[in-house]
Design a protein around this ligand. Structure first.
Ligand SMILES: Cc1ncc(C[n+]2csc(CCOP(=O)(O)OP(=O)(O)O)c2C)c(N)n1
Ligand SMILES: [Mg+2]
Length: 381
């Protein structure tokens, strides 16, 4: 099946809807505004990066985390083909910049609920690469201790909460965390992720509506990668940009090019600091393309070739490499050194992960139920 370019057809559908609406309104002066949502600007110089608190070391470290993200997923693909990963395997190819930028912009005490395609968030928060590979292979060393596959995991100690499969069920969790921060008078912010497909479900509306009415310290990130399985954007929603929905909840929305690391970083940084200082939520729509199928079982033959070519040309890692060369004189020697350090880190990670045993069957119920004294919720005291 061939779908036309989702971007252009969506804009076209939106225009038709608007014309129809104006026609139905007849002589009544009724005009529906075309999208007024803000579009983020690129970060055009090192000075602009410094203004949001980033020095050269921070920039190179985010670049390293993008290389690591892609490297881990490349290893995962190979492990899957070797039959070492049970179930299926999902990647975030094309989403590395967005994931690393947001994970890096979060403060040390902030919490987040990353979802599928967000390995870069885990790495930016400090999850060790070997633990991620161990997770993929269902080993004891993985954050879920061998209980689940490659997307349902997170390290709580790093401020990340494990996703459940039902999407976007983690948005109400993020809003709930933000409400708890408000009640406890803590200067912390919650970050909740969801996809373009998941945006159509009630949980997304409920979470954003509650956050808007209470002006909670939460930032919503919509990873809009053009598809939900094989369903293109134009069959998912009838507005121009998902970020427009923020206006209906009474807070700001912004569309950002998710292939540009620093644009995503700046928007997230600003939204988090606004939330922390009492300014309420923001919805950031980070636009990318899912550069592979939904999982390894899907050949993505329904994605138009020209769309893939367009986004391959805008590869987030290559783009940021060019930015570093242009703005901070990143040298070929530094590039070689970094690539070899990343390769070495991945080799070591793989060794540790493969050495990690499979879980014992008699540990199956460990961690399923929380111990009563481990809970600090007031209604237990
Ligand atoms: C409530 C619910 N329905 C269906 C699914 C099955 N499912 C898993 S991922 C997915 C596609 C989600 O699309 P999107 O939100 O755009 O995220 P993407 O996979 O594109 O990153 C679906 C339908 C699910 N996990 N939860
Ligand atoms: Mg999607």
């Amino acid at each position: 099946m061939h779908y036309p370019h989702p971007e252009s057809s969506r804009t076209q559908a939106f225009r038709w809807a608007r014309t129809g609406l104006m026609r139905r309104c007849g002589r009544i002066q009724c005009q529906r505004a075309v999208s007024e949502v803000r579009h983020a600007n690129p970060v055009a110089s090192f000075d602009e990066a410094r203004e949001i608190g980033l020095d050269r070391t921070d920039l190179v470290s985010m670049y390293r985390n993008m290389l690591l993200t892609r490297g881990i997923e490349d290893r995962g693909r190979t492990l899957f083909k070797q039959g070492k990963i049970p179930g299926s395997f999902y990647t975030g190819l094309g989403n590395e910049a967005s994931a690393v930028a947001i994970g890096s912009a979060m403060g040390p005490d902030d919490v987040g609920t990353p979802i599928q395609r967000n390995i870069g968030v885990h790495l930016a928060r400090g999850t060790q690469p070997w633990k991620i590979l161990a997770q993929y292979m269902g080993r004891q060393g993985g954050p879920s201790v061998g209980r689940d596959g490659n997307v349902h995991f997170a390290e709580f100690d790093l401020g990340l909460i494990t996703m459940v499969s039902h999407l976007p069920a983690m948005l109400p969790v993020a809003t709930g965390c933000a409400l708890a921060f408000r009640i406890r008078d803590e200067q912390r912010v919650a970050v909740g992720w969801f996809g373009d497909g998941s945006s159509a479900r009630g949980d997304a509306h409920e979470a954003m509506n509650l956050a808007g009415t209470r002006e909670l310290p939460v930032v919503f990130i919509c990873n809009n990668n053009h598809f939900a399985y094989s369903t293109p954007n134009r069959l998912e929603y009838a507005i121009e940009h998902l970020a427009e929905r923020a206006l209906a909840y009474g807070f700001d929305g912004v569309v950002v090019d998710g292939t540009e690391l620093l644009s995503v970083y700046r928007e997230t940084h600003l939204a988090i600091e606004k939330a922390r200082s009492g300014g309420g939520p923001t919805l950031i729509e980070s636009v990318t393309l899912r550069l592979e199928g939904h999982g390894v079982h899907d050949d993505a033959s329904y994605v138009p070739r020209e769309l893939i070519d367009e986004y391959r040309d805008r590869d987030p890692i290559d783009q940021f490499h060019r930015w570093l060369v242009e703005h901070v004189d990143f040298t070929p020697d530094e590039q070689r050194e970094l690539e070899s350090a990343v390769k070495q880190a991945l080799n070591e990670a793989l060794k540790l992960a493969e050495a990690s045993p499979e879980p014992n069957a008699d540990s199956l119920l460990d961690g399923v139920y929380a111990a009563r004294d481990a809970l600090e919720a007031p209604h237990f005291s």
